[in-house]
Design a binder for this molecule. Structure first.
Ligand code: ZN
Length: 88
């Protein structure tokens, strides 16, 4: 069908902000949370939050560092469980 339409839509997570007309990248203070389809604009945020603070709130108060730590802990547990299983 209309092949001319291809390319009209920008990639899913790279758009222009409707609030400040900058590109919605981390570098410009923007973030998209795909699981909840929420977007964040640091420049226009009424509460003056940063991207990191916004993401932390979305995750229920967990910072990026804590998320990473949890993930590592889970991986370590999995590894431990795997070695335990092979021992028995
Ligand atoms: Zn913006």
């Amino acid at each position: 069908m209309a092949s001319a339409a291809a390319g009209v839509f920008p990639p899913r997570c790279e758009r222009t902000c409707t609030l400040c007309s900058q590109r919605t990248t981390r570098a410009t203070g923007h973030s998209l949370h795909c699981p909840t389809r929420q977007s964040f604009c640091q420049v226009s945020d009424p509460q003056n939050r940063t991207v990191e603070q916004w993401l932390t709130e979305l995750r229920g108060g967990k910072t990026e560092k804590e998320m990473l730590r949890d993930r590592q802990r889970v991986n370590r547990k999995k590894k431990k469980a795997a070695t335990l299983n092979s021992e028995y």
